[in-house]
Ligand binder design. Sequence first.
Ligand SMILES: [Zn+2]
Ligand SMILES: [Zn+2]
Length: 187
Amino acid sequence: MRPVVRYAFIVALGLLSIGFGSAFASHAYVGYHWSYSNPAYHIDGSLYNLNMVDGSNPATLTNGGAGKWNGFSNFYLHLQDGSWGYYGSESLPSSIAGETHTYVYPFTQTIYNTITHLNVNLRWAAYDCTSCSPRIFNLDWVATHESGHWVMLEDITDTSSVMHYLYYSGYASVDSHSKQTVRSIYG
Ligand SMILES: [Zn+2]
Ligand SMILES: [Zn+2]
């Protein structure tokens, strides 16, 4: 079965000043969803290959980002050893901070597996440094955004949303419109 791959977000590199505006009025939902509301993931060993310049634990930051999608609806994304879906790392082009692969059954349109890869070629930390060279990326932000694809929200152009398609420091929390969409899917 063919996975749906979302190149979850592209490194902005200053493009944000161009101003994309809010072309989409509401938060996009792809239409696929889990048949149950409590998908589990594990941390793949490859996640520890990320270059954490501040010495922070990549699993701690990733679990924190995933957990931000819990608590406001019946959706519950949780850590479980031995589960199929996972967060890990991969060598990706420098323009891509992370990507999420979603595997969907063709007839029911339900998700049966999701994998998130963070770019092993970038510098990461628990904070963002756009003036650093090379730039430092906030893993908390990226993990939160990628976890939105587990739900399964789409990349959008609303700059006030964590699902904004470009790396956008400062929006590491789940915005109210994203919460509304999750509630509409999972109750
Ligand atoms: Zn994305
Ligand atoms: Zn990948």
